[in-house]
Design a protein around this ligand. Structure first.
Ligand SMILES: *Cc1c(COP(=O)(O)O)cnc(C)c1O
Length: 402
């Protein structure tokens, strides 16, 4: 591959055959074999319990509580619903500080819950919110901080808790990227008042769709279970507003198999990460991000920061080159939540107020990892990127002819 690209017309973008016959995605897509899936589903059909917080959903909650070493795990339909329920159960009001450098579901969950996001910038190195960035935004209208743990790393969870306690605001986490990560000896799950995880198919731990809320607070857990609703959930008291968001038995069955497979999934992601680390080490202007502030990571996403002057081609130019080769790398996150609807119109004061968020949104590129990517594929992606860098001037000139 690297050998065959001796001229700019050897790239698929300029007419050559693509490097990959089928598309290489960025999602994880680790699923159990059809045989295991079929056996689990036979059980569901024999019991004739398909929903209603059935035996598999209860078993998954118990196993996850052990895995996370947390008192309560409340499984739900997806993480977005979990975040909305969290905002409601925490009895928040007014504004909630949240980074704009996140998936749109983080601020939108606040909007769903009748709250207003107060967007915060992120640290240029760690990409997370920090106590120093959050503190100046706290005023009498702010009732909480919704911090986001990114890329298999974590925020400064200790520092944020000290700040939240000192200023009398609540702290909770969107931990959609953080399944299986640890700070010191403690798994992410028991920091702040609660943490919300996503089990979407593109995440490292999957139940196809799904998510959970983790907390050590008994009263909060009881409120969350009432809010979740569903007959069979073990609560008799009704919530004023119910999310009606239990996890189905079908989801829980996949979740239980994913949990069995989890150590192997992380080992596989780590192996791919090592291939990329080696393959990209010598490419000028491209830096592979290592997980921040954690003692163990899940290698959920492979994200690189591209420095355009050193690389020679823009981030979006590289994306075009890769897309033509059937490598579906993506901009992540792009644009920042503050530049997405509804916030770009409803909260225009943030549009030009978050320079680090905008800078990262213009520089980051997420590369394929997960079940559908072999070591050989990852090596070829690295070679393509190295070749794109070598031909960056010619490619750039062809992409934007003067
Ligand atoms: C995936 C993701 C979510 C949403 O998860 P769903 O389970 O799809 O609702 C929320 N926040 C972040 C940061 C995510 O990456």
């Amino acid at each position: 591959m690297s050998d065959s690209r001796v001229a700019v017309h050897d790239f698929a973008l300029f007419g050559a055959a693509p490097a990959f016959e089928s598309i290489l995605p960025v999602g994880q897509l680790y699923f159990p074999s059809w045989e295991r899936y079929e056996a689990a589903f036979r059980g569901i059909f024999e019991r004739r319990v398909y929903s209603g917080h059935g035996p598999l959903a209860r078993e998954l909650e118990a196993r996850l509580a052990e895995f996370f070493r947390v008192k309560h795990v409340i499984c739900v339909t997806n993480a977005t619903i979990g975040l909305i329920m969290a905002a409601e159960a925490l009895e928040l009001h007014g504004r909630v500080i949240v980074p704009a450098f996140t998936f749109i579901a983080s601020p939108q969950s606040l909007t769903w819950a009748g709250l207003e996001p107060r967007f915060c910038d992120v640290d240029p190195i760690s990409h997370h919110v920090t106590p120093a960035l959050v503190e100046p935004l706290i005023d009498k209208d702010v009732s909480a901080i919704l911090a986001v743990n990114l890329w298999g790393g974590a925020c400064d969870v200790g520092g944020l808790q000290v700040l939240a306690d000192r200023r009398g605001v609540k702290l909770f986490y969107d931990s959609a990227h953080a399944f299986g990560c640890r700070v010191g000896d403690t798994p992410l799950a028991s920091f702040g008042s609660l943490e919300v995880f996503s089990f979407h198919a593109t995440k490292v731990f999957s139940s196809a769709e799904g998510g959970c809320i983790c907390t050590n607070d008994d009263a909060l857990a009881a409120r969350l279970r009432r809010l979740r609703g569903s007959s069979g959930s073990g609560t008799t008291e009704r919530a004023a507003r119910s999310a009606d968001a239990p996890m189905s038995e079908a989801q829980a069955a996949i979740g239980l198999m994913s949990l069995e497979d989890f150590p192997a999934i992380v080992a596989r992601n780590k192996a791919l990460f090592d291939v990329y680390r080696t393959g990209l080490a010598a490419v000028p202007g491209l830096r592979l991000l290592e997980a921040q502030n954690v003692s163990a990571t899940n290698y959920q996403y492979l994200v690189c920061e591209l420095d355009e002057p050193a690389f020679g081609l823009s981030r979006d130019g590289l994306l075009q080159v890769l897309k033509a080769e059937n490598v579906l790398a993506r901009r992540y996150f792009y644009p920042g939540a503050h530049r997405c609807v509804p916030y770009v119109d409803a909260l225009p004061q943030y549009v030009h107020a978050l320079p680090e968020t905008d800078r990262l949104c213009g520089r980051l590129i997420q590369l394929p990892v997960g079940a559908l990517v072999s070591d050989h594929d990852a090596t070829r992606v690295c070679e393509l990127i190295a070749a794109a860098q070598r031909f960056s001037r010619e490619i750039g000139a062809r992409l934007s002819p003067t």
